[in-house]
Design a protein around this ligand. Sequence first.
Ligand code: BGC
Length: 768
Amino acid sequence: MRRTCRTVFNAPGPNLLRCSPVFAAAVAAILSMTANISEVLADDPVEQRVNALLGQMSIEEKIGQMRQANAGYGNPPDYLGDDIRAGRVGAILNLVDVDVVNELQRIAVEESRLGIPLLVGRDVIHGFKTILPIPLGQAATWNPELVEKGARVAASEAASHGVNWTFAPMVDVTRDPRWGRIAESPGEDPFLTSAMAVAMIRGFQGDDLAAADTIAACAKHFAGYGAAESGRDYATTNIPENELRNVYLKPFKASVDAGVATFMASFSDLNGVPATGNRFLMRQILRDEWGFDGFVVSDWDSVHQLSVHGLTEGDRESAYEASTAGVDMEMAGKAYEHLHDLVADGSISTDVIDAAARNILRIKFLLGLFDDPYVDPDELPPIGSEHALQVAKQTALESIVLLRNEIGVLPLQKGKVKSIAVIGPLAEAPYEQLGTWIFDGDVSLSVTGLDGIQNLAGKDTKIRYVRAMPTSRSRADVQFEEALEAAQQSDVVVLFLGEESILSGEAHSRADINLPGAQAELVREVRKAGKPVVAVILAGRPLTLTNIVDDVDAILFAWHPGTMGGAAIAEVLFGVESPSGKLPVTFPRMVGQIPIYFAQKNTGKPPSPETTVHIDDIDPFAPQTSFGMTAFHLDAGYRPLWEFGFGLSYTSFEYRDIATSVAEIRAGETITISAELKNTGGVPASETVQLYVRDLVGNVTRPVRELKGFRKVRLDPGEATRVEFQLHTDDLAFFGRDNTLIVEPGEFHAWIGGSSDAELRVSFRVLE
Ligand code: BGC
């Protein structure tokens, strides 16, 4: 490919036809296809306005629309005004001063030749000033309605600062907790990730992109970024097309269906062609198969990076590859300056430029920017409004996962518990609890764990706070004695452990995902007091907690819970609300098990308790085949520490009587699968009921279980309800051996329960 196109660059005259005929035909087909999208939209008033404007634009102005300039983090550089005036900028990013944004819009609208307003982008990933839990925590709520509300709060606060486009949601499926960006993702499963993606898009964009409190969303990073080798950020991904379609692309397709305005191309190399130059992804799949009519932005300088990857020889060739592949706008780079030459010498058709400019302008019209580009913050609710804080607290509350509760130590009984030792580096860490990607987060709004406990415990309860470690990474044990004393003098110990926000996020991957620093030692030290110990873990990823799990009586996994995290944690600790979070990602026992996820394939030698053994239990001189020969690790078995979908409650739930409406269905029909759920414990609580399905035989092997539905249900003690899921045969479709979508006849198993280990099972058949 590279050699073919280098020939093109050197050749005068019409560009693509000088590439190999097969390639030229493919590109011609693609371009005509792109034209078809606009033909389809031709009667649309927005499309008519786009076309009318495009007709007046010079090629320079069109290329100008394809540039997103970094406006810096403070005042934008002086040249930016000139570039905007000259029509050389279509979008900016990282400017959140509404007065400066309004001034730049004024220059764009009043002083540029055609008065085209600017897109103003920002990473509004999980809140703006009011910070919600990290997206992985939001996924743990399994509550899309709540997540949608949170995204609207974020959109509204960001809009009041002049932002009209967020680089969210991140919809990368990932099965690797070493990857720092797992914090930004909704986890390991395509179905749950899709549900969260749709919720966030609805929240950001609403029904009307032009409304004051909505902003354009961006599904990123297209595609495969979450499969980075060994979880090292930016590392290569190798994903067979079948796996790509059946797993990684699903949330992106759901995003298109939900009307997402923009896509961002990933930094990563996908099967040898970095995503930013990947025609298969952006032309064939995104435009041709899915009919996406928004625009695609590169990631930060990722067009230039095509040459660093070794796909191209320099920025000129990179600009060629990215623009013809379908990257409409370049973020924060300079490679697209070469587009002028590439068009001038015929290497790139003006159709490529027209298509890109058209896609970008379409979104600007939809955002209402041509009608009113200015922002009046007074039209929007104030920052940190009561509603914003309430949504942030509720989301944090529902995101907290109770992983362990031995001896019923939780909830803490108000009145009975007279003294609490609050210990650990993350109990009073207002910044750290916000998590990664919170450029605009207002730390002064944070309610910490210590605050939350103090506020709820009541004045008769003595709180002894010992930080014990300056950071989670610290190895010093100087304050351990003080921590032990506090534990000895108190009725119960609440340990706030985990990792600071700097340990997750972009370019912050870890090879060891144990609690960092001397935290495990701190746990053991405090344990010596013989008091009940509750660990509250704040982290941007699953951690391997195998080495502390038996030294604590309860574990609440709170992720990085955001502004209201401490208030939510305290409400769970004291049982104001029963925990209802469920894991959106598998928690491994050991890092060496990664990738470990519930929707794995069966293999030809599936493990079982009978066929596995622990390394410590192997008989001396045991023969090679003495135990099983199945797919497991001698030192970790085959089970995770906690499975996907898992999460305890202060009550108990009983599942019974699973049933299907019919025993067999034909293509195009729907089956109802239901089970009864009863709250058999003593407190009202919410439970996320999950539906899993297995297609027993497929023309490509199918996962042992796939999530196909979930519903969060609230029940009072003793109350029961029948939870129903409708499954259409389309829901059972998968990409087969030739990568087309098929539903195959045959037997299916379905489970309903409270985690991916659900045991209640029923079968049904799909008929020819
Ligand atoms: C990240 C994107 C982000 C962009 C703009 C990049 O480094 O990969 O996710 O939206 O920066 O800040």
